[in-house]
Design a protein around this ligand. Structure first.
Ligand code: ZN
Length: 165
């Protein structure tokens, strides 16, 4: 297999097998996105589990499906890759699923970048209006105009900030 092929298979495996799937496979219970830490024999449900990652705050350790497989089988990456089915020919549906996941990831990144730029823009407009207000005569035409505009920009800032949380 070439490096590109391995990368593609990795994407496919990640898109078709989730971290909770793997944990359950090794007898680890997942409850509401959390499980008992496997890295330090945790007694409580403190480790965070998402589709893509297991994360333990105490050990500051993140594990994906390959790391978890390596951990439970005490094996190297290549063995884990094989155990997860990486060397088998992926089905058409698996490929489609992987491509979709990849596309969604890049769309999410683009959107976040756009929203950050928008926030920065609003903040600089607010700074500009505040500057004009501070240097103009209170209740003059310019002062009132900028106060009005400022309120709207503050509203926008709150709107975009809330949406991000
Ligand atoms: Zn831990």
């Amino acid at each position: 297999m070439t490096k590109e092929q391995i990368e593609e298979r990795k994407e496919i495996l990640k898109a078709t097998i989730s971290v909770p799937d793997i944990l359950i496979r090794y007898g680890v219970q997942v409850k509401r996105g959390r499980c008992k830490a496997i890295c330090h024999d945790g007694k409580n449900y403190t480790a965070k589990v998402s589709d893509e990652l297991y994360y333990c705050f105490k050990c500051d350790l993140g594990m994906d499906i390959f790391d978890i497989t390596m951990y439970f089988n005490n094996c190297d990456f290549w063995t884990a890759f094989e155990l997860l089915g990486g060397t088998e020919k992926p089905s058409f549906t698996a490929r489609v699923k992987a491509n979709k996941a990849k596309r969604e990831r890049s769309q999410r990144i683009t959107k976040e970048r756009e929203e950050k730029a928008k926030l920065r823009q609003i903040q600089s407009i607010i700074t500009a209006y505040r500057g004009i207000i501070a240097s103009s005569e209170p209740f003059s035409y310019v002062w009132c105009y900028c106060q009005n505009k400022l309120q709207y920009q503050i509203y926008l800032l709150e709107y975009y900030t809330e949406k991000r949380c």
